[in-house]
Design a protein around this ligand. Structure first.
Ligand code: GLN
Length: 228
């Protein structure tokens, strides 16, 4: 006899981001992106019942801390600063930070030209931490990366620093030739699924990640979203 609800596993709440293209974003009310698809595949392999909860990056970090969500998959960089408060899965993406500036800016050629400059970035991000270390730089930070890009396009800041792939996405689709990327990517970053310390999920997530990497799912998704 089947007893309804009996043996039913708890639904894991997984935080994603509303605007972190091409990893996790909302478009016409739909959840999209490389990380959304990666998560779906991982959860299937590891048999994790889940619900995706979209929110802003700052909210996401707080929510993982307070237990509002159990996990987050949203371009979360493994950083020493966060390691005291969070646990990470195995990293699944390698990237870095980049500098963006106006197309007609001939002075800023990379991260070493930002001293005393007005630099925009996203609140609470690893780029924000990096920017805070630049000698004499004035930092303007926003919780939505769209506002950073608007500042750049309007030429109301000298430069912006943010995650490389997200910046690429903006340059490709919305910069309209007004913004360019300068210098090499720096500050090697690795993205991982994040959870509260002493959680019961990361082990399963790692098993799922291993499985999608072994059977070629990961590679196919990577190629779909980022090219080979
Ligand atoms: N990778 C950056 C960080 O972890 C930005 C992530 C994001 O904006 N979603 O802080």
């Amino acid at each position: 006899l089947a007893v309804p609800g009996c043996g039913k596993k708890e639904t894991v709440k997984v935080g994603i981001e509303q605007n972190f293209r091409p990893f996790t974003y909302m478009e016409n009310g739909e959840k999209k992106g490389f990380e959304v698809e990666l998560w779906q595949a991982v959860a299937k392999k590891a048999d994790i019942p889940y619900e995706l909860v979209p929110m802003e990056h700052g909210e996401l970090i707080k929510s993982v801390k307070s237990g509002g969500v159990d996990l987050a998959i949203a371009g979360m960089t493994v950083s020493n600063a966060r390691k005291n408060n969070f646990d990470y899965s195995s990293p699944y993406f390698q990237t870095g930070l980049v500098v963006l500036t106006s197309t007609d800016n001939g002075v800023i050629k990379g991260k070493d030209d930002l001293t005393q400059k007005v630099v925009a970035t996203k609140n609470g991000s690893t780029a924000f931490n990096y920017a805070g270390e630049i000698q004499g730089a004035k930092i303007r930070s926003y919780s939505n990366i769209a506002d950073v890009y608007t500042e750049l396009k309007n030429n109301t800041v000298d430069a912006a620093i943010f995650d490389e792939r997200n910046a690429h996405d903006f340059l490709k689709d919305k910069a309209q030739g007004q913004v360019k990327m300068v210098g090499e990517a720096f500050n090697k970053e690795r993205y991982a699924v994040v959870a509260k310390k002493r959680n019961k999920y990361i082990g399963k997530v790692n098993k799922g990640l291993e499985a999608v990497s072994k059977d070629g799912t990961y590679e196919a998704m990577y190629t779909k979203w980022f090219g080979s």
